[in-house]
Design a protein around this ligand. Structure first.
Ligand code: ATP
Ligand code: MG
Length: 346
């Protein structure tokens, strides 16, 4: 990447996944596969979001292992550490410093609109951590610290990406660059692409599949074995109707729609094609077929993840190297930000 004050932002991809529990099919299809697909197109930075994870309680005895587990998933899914920089978010201290500056740029009214905070804090908002509230501001710092232009995420992150753009625009406006210079922070584009940008819970077709869902039956974890996958799909909520022959007829059937979407994404086929094969059949036939497709697609990723997790030293080498490469990009951007804000610097 060129220096922080270059005229036109260089294309750069950045994203992360929280170290808040087991990775699941939604993370894999909505995020991980997208990181892998784009990694050779432009510089790519992928972090394990441990700072975000602690916005809700994480057992300190498990956090480092969870961080390695996510890194193992990145590698097992096909991220090439020679190409993508893979690193723990907390290892690049500039994230937290820029987040503080952005806490002073973002407005309370913006954060008050964030639906993820409302969902995660539930009925007891006063008991949520302040970190959970300012989570989207840290996310803005994660992205803008690298002057990232493309951010592959699942559909649930769209609103946070809009807030990142608002932070960038307000910072540019308030602190700006000298007259005639281009804006300091580029406005990043969310990349919400692919066949499964919002995988739903297996227990509730209206709720997103999530790491933090208390029911393990709601999700297929990347570390689940074939029996667990088959059992979870067998128990997945459905309706009594056979599968229809048109996509429109699935619209009012969220659970059925979700299973068809998962099948299509994992088998690399269109949903229409899947329906053409299974129209008229009930879930007694469809579920075992889906389980087979899921085991076939995820089995190799699971096996490679397990192999890597038995070699934590190798994962640590990747994370250390990634953190150094990330810091080399982040530090000059933070230094320039500090200068624009006017901090003392002798
Ligand atoms: P948590 O419940 O702790 O928030 P999560 O399952 O939502 O965990 P995150 O670490 O918050 O996972 O998100 C990592 C990435 O995975 C983000 O890009 C997010 O948009 C994407 N993602 C999360 N859940 C899904 C899903 N169900 N379908 C598609 N993408 C998803
Ligand atoms: Mg989430």
């Amino acid at each position: 990447m060129s220096d922080a004050s270059s005229a036109k932002p260089q294309p750069l991809t950045l994203s992360g996944i929280q170290a808040s529990g087991s990775l699941h099919l939604g993370n894999y299809l909505g995020a991980l596969k997208r990181f892998v697909a784009g990694q050779h197109d432009q510089p790519t930075f992928v972090f394990v979001a441990d700072l975000h994870a602690i916005t809700v309680w994480q057992d300190p005895a498990l956090l480092a292992a969870q961080t390695r587990e996510i890194a193992a998933a990145y590698l097992a899914a096909g991220l090439d550490p020679k190409s993508a920089a893979i690193f723990p978010q907390s290892a690049v201290r500039a994230h937290t410093e820029l987040a503080w500056i952005f806490n002073c740029v973002a407005r309370l009214g913006w954060l008050d609109r964030m639906t993820q905070f409302k969902e995660k804090s539930g009925k007891h908002k006063e008991r949520a951590s302040v970190g959970l509230y300012t989570y989207p501001v840290l996310q803005a710092a994660d992205i803008l610290l690298y002057r990232a232009t493309h951010v592959p995420v699942g559909a649930d992150q769209k609103q946070h990406l809009e807030l990142t753009r608002d932070v960038a625009a307000k910072f540019n406006n308030d602190y700006g660059a000298p007259a005639g210079q281009p804006d300091f922070f580029p406005l990043p584009e969310p990349v919400i692409q692919g066949p499964a940008t919002r995988v739903m819970s297996l227990r509730d077709g209206l709720a997103k599949m999530s790491k933090s869902d208390p029911s393990d039956l709601s999700r297929i974890n990347l570390l689940d074995d074939a029996d667990a996958i088959a059992a979870k799909i067998r128990k997945a909520k459905t309706d009594p109707e056979p599968l229809p022959d048109t996509l429109e007829a699935l619209e009012a059937r969220p659970e059925a729609k979700n299973l068809v979407a998962i099948y299509a994404a994992l088998a690399d086929r269109s949903e229409a094609d899947v329906l053409a094969e299974y129209a008229g059949q009930g879930f007694g036939a469809f579920k075992p077929a889906l389980a087979e497709v899921a085991v076939h697609a995820l089995g190799p990723v699971t096996a490679e993840m397990r192999r890597l997790m038995n070699d934590p030293a190798e994962i640590d080498r990747v994370l250390k190297d990634g953190a150094q490469r990330a810091a080399a990009v982040a530090e000059p951007v933070l230094a320039e930000t500090r200068r624009l804000v006017g901090f003392w610097n002798a």
